[in-house]
Design a protein around this ligand. Structure first.
Ligand code: FES
Length: 634
């Protein structure tokens, strides 16, 4: 029988073994799996499919199998020589010592949180459903002894409550609370439930938090439920991202494994607790006064947050376990920061059209429009909604993480050192975030670069780099059309000597293909809804971009590469982080939360893959040029 061996994972900062794991090297486990079983986080953006570079490790000692095809494609000859490997592709065959490499050089990480995420509070009924009642109740007396502390309090309330729903924690504190200030207490209710009873008058403190839990980022706002004012906001990466950058990878990780589902759930619950504490600290208020929390997210994030199995969400027909709105005490989740709050999750539409899309529809008020409008959330899992006050249709467009820089050889998020804009005019000029030497390219830079490469005839409309054609290009362009060490075609954006990476920042043919697949997914969603609803480009009154990413892209470049339809640019607007705005609206207003429930029932889901002409539409959408108009029958 094979004996266990020791795998040491070295701490890159401290240069000493951080973790030593004993494993039997039976050839079935990858280094990524060994690390994850040991509780070590190695980022696996593509979910261990060998399609990104995030799980790079350096083998310092010991034997590993020869590099796989994916190792060669993602890492290239030089890194392989230096004993870099993809942890997800490298099987353990003996004792070894591993240095996890930073997945991306992303100093000064910038979250694509949308600015101007303000809601029109003037147009919003401030009816959060949370009420505070300051009452004076007498404790039971000898004359009035066939009663209880709770009954005496309830008797003074101006509204009906269901006493049976009173939280145990409130009952446990009640004897002291009732007698602390001569019977003067503040009773907090949400609809007909008692949430809290506090001594004295605390009616000035009534807070809520709205969460948008995205696959990549989590954004939260702390609001005063009476005035509607935002007191603080927090945005950060979703800590689950190390288990897969896109939804399907995340689902694949947790599928049929309750322990892994629990791992993801604990990650998000901890993050939510931390966000609440951070927002309250920033605003100088107590988390004990947060009474209502509204959460929106896609179907996977929604289910994982609640600890619901996502196995079937990842399998056709991608059915969620539950679609209706959920209201659950925070103590049941549990959210330790705010055990007395009530947590409301907006409903889902179907499959991958989740509560975040419902929140976008609510925020943009597309349901009131007379003319057809569209909203597009460009993200790892994009969503498209189209319609007007008569009819609303939605579909999901699985773009994957390429537009966020993943699966692109020199891709990175919109952070310090990322190319964000490209001009090709007499030479190639790149704008880099932070004005420092470039170390990679982010999604908005990628869209811009490809648009300019098409303009400069470096790229054909099919997406092929025109190395065959390069002799007819200007010398300064031709010089940038080179080969990678593995002999693959590339276009150099920043030369080695000008980059901050020690090597040129370039786009390869496979990067272009990844972008084509991502943008093709989004654009085919738009095209399909236009087709099903019979809405031409000319009839589409507005296309609203939602989500953080929409703010950073050049709409002209997005139209040029056919990520978006060829509308006049003034008809393409940026709405902001609509999902987060919708969550805030449902937090401040029960009228809006009820509207979200009604909208979720109204929106018709279009499953793209099951549409008979989807393949044709997708093939058209990945091309960089529109097909010629069909000949008119004579
Ligand atoms: S290549 Fe290993 S996780 Fe993506």
């Amino acid at each position: 029988m094979t004996k266990p061996v020791t795998v040491s994972f070295i701490d890159p900062a401290a240069d000493r073994p951080t973790q030593e794991v004993e494993v039997v090297p039976d050839g079935s486990l990858t280094l990524l799996q060994v690390a994850q079983t040991a509780g070590l986080e190695i980022t696996a953006t593509c979910g261990g499919r060998g399609r990104c570079r995030s799980c790079r490790v350096k083998v310092l000692q010991g034997d590993v199998p020869p590099p796989t095809m994916q190792d060669r494609v993602q890492l290239g000859g030089e890194e392989i020589q230096e004993r870099f490997r993809l942890a997800c592709q490298t099987r353990l065959i003996g004792a070894c010592s591993i240095l996890p490499a930073p997945p991306l050089t992303e100093g000064g990480h910038q979250i694509l949180a949308a600015p101007n995420t303000r809601i029109d509070r003037g147009a919003l009924a401030l009816d959060s459903g949370v009420e505070k009642h300051v009452i004076v109740a007498a404790p039971p007396t000898e004359e009035n002894h066939q009663t209880s502390d709770l009954e005496e309090i309830v008797a003074q309330l101006p509204r009906h409550v269901v006493v049976e729903n009173t939280p145990l924690g409130v009952l446990r504190d009640l004897p002291e609370t009732l007698r602390a200030k001569g019977g003067r207490v503040t009773v907090t209710t949400f609809q007909d439930r008692i949430l809290d009873v506090e001594p004295g008058d605390t009616s000035a403190h009534k807070l809520g938090v709205a969460f948008d839990i995205g696959t990549t980022t989590i954004v939260a706002s702390l609001l005063d439920l009476d005035s509607g004012e935002e007191l603080a906001s927090v945005a950060n990466m979703n800590p689950q991202a190390v288990y897969g950058g896109d939804l399907m990878s995340r689902i694949a990780y947790a599928q049929n494994d309750p322990k892994k589902l629990a791992t993801l759930r604990v990650k998000v619950l901890n993050a939510v607790n931390d966000f609440i504490k951070e927002a309250c600290d920033k605003a100088g208020v107590s988390a004990q006064h947060v009474y209502k929390i509204v959460v929106v997210g896609n179907t996977c994030m929604h289910h994982v947050f609640l600890g619901i199995d996502v196995s079937y969400v990842g399998l056709a027909p991608y059915a969620p376990v539950v679609r209706h709105p959920i209201v659950v005490p925070a103590s049941e989740l549990p959210l330790k920061a705010t055990p007395k709050a009530i947590v409301c999750l907006l409903p889902l539409v179907a499959g991958f059209v989740g509560a975040d899309t419902v929140a976008c529809v609510l925020a943009t008020r597309i349901y009131e429009s007379q003319e057809p409008r569209a909203l597009v959330d460009i993200g790892t899992n994009g969503e498209v909604v189209m319609g007007n006050r008569e009819r609303l249709m939605a579909c999901s467009a699985p773009a994957g993480p390429a537009l966020e820089g993943a699966q692109i050889r020199h891709g990175m998020r919109g952070a310090l050192g990322a190319i964000e804009k490209v001009r090709i005019n007499g030479d190639v000029e790149c704008d880099v975030i932070g004005n420092v030497p470039a170390i990679g390219i982010c999604g908005s830079g990628l869209i811009d670069a490809v648009a300019r490469m098409l303009d400069a005839s470096v790229l054909a409309a099919s997406g092929v780099m025109r190395h065959d054609f390069k002799d007819s290009l200007a010398v300064w362009l031709r010089e940038r059309m080179t080969k990678t060490a593995e002999g693959r075609d590339q276009f150099v954006l920043v030369r080695e000597q000008e980059s901050g990476k020690g090597e040129a920042v370039a786009l390869t043919q496979s990067d272009i293909r990844q972008l084509q697949l991502a943008k093709g997914a989004i654009y085919s969603g738009i095209l399909m809804l236009q087709k099903v609803m019979g809405v031409s480009d000319a009839e589409l009154a507005e296309l609203m971009l939602c989500g953080g990413f929409g703010n950073y892209i050049s709409t002209a470049s997005a139209v040029r590469i056919r990520l978006l339809p060829p509308l006049p640019l003034e008809r393409i607007t940026y709405f902001g982080n609509a999902a987060h705005i919708g969550a805030q609206m449902a937090l401040l207003s029960e009228t809006e939360r009820a509207r979200a429930n009604e909208l979720a029932r109204r929106i018709e889901h279009v499953a793209l893959a099951s549409q008979p002409d989807f393949q044709d539409i997708f093939v058209d959408a990945i091309s960089f040029s529109a097909p010629p108009p069909s000949p008119v029958a004579s």
